[in-house]
Design a protein around this ligand. Sequence first.
Ligand code: ADP
Ligand code: MG
Length: 229
Amino acid sequence: MSLTLTDVRLTYPDGDRVLTALDEVSLQVEPGQVLAVVGPSGSGKSSLLAVAATLLRPDSGRVVVDGVDAVGLSAAQRARLRLEKIGIVFQQPNLLGSLTAAEQLLAIQHMRGVPVRRQRRAAVEALAAVGLDGKQHRRPHQLSGGERQRVNIARALTGRPAVLLVDEPTAALDQERGGQIVELLAEVTRQHQVATVMVTHDTEYLDQVDDVAVMRDGQLTRSVAGAHR
Ligand code: ADP
Ligand code: MG
């Protein structure tokens, strides 16, 4: 079991009250499966990913990543867990402007302490695997929005994570390119046997995923099992 959240509660301070962003949320994603979490803006989807990514510690509840209970860990232990087990594709394109596509992947391997000289070919192959054959020397401004998202996905997969967390991957793309990105996510999820959570307010591409859950006012209200496949 790769990712399990159990009865997760998260609040933010809101003046002299608190705002409940996640209200007893539970979910489970298996290796090789994509769970889509859909819901309106402000419903708590990004908060859910932040907790699953161990970037935010919940007020209560359990977060288990590839068998590791994350809630009791120190900040340093959680940072290590993220590097080893979690791939994250944020909503905002967060590529470094001065680096080429291949260097985006090498930079994160460097952070892991992997000797980068031996990684260049692997980086080029990882880029080819997401449809960026021959584009390893391009910098972010020389790539389209969809291509930048592909670099993001390839980077998130370097280091072989158990869990892939993706926030609104289609937000900045037209319908055709959005569909291609979701298709790619489904494909790499099976290839790499990661447990993927994809958050989206877009209900367009849900035939590509294994499971759909609906987020509303911090509650994961409905889970439709086995959309297809
Ligand atoms: P979504 O991703 O579905 O749009 P979010 O998880 O970003 O939803 O936000 C859920 C709720 O929590 C919203 O009401 C939002 O305003 C609030 N919120 C999000 N981040 C913070 C924060 N850092 N501090 C306070 N409130 C926040
Ligand atoms: Mg969001």
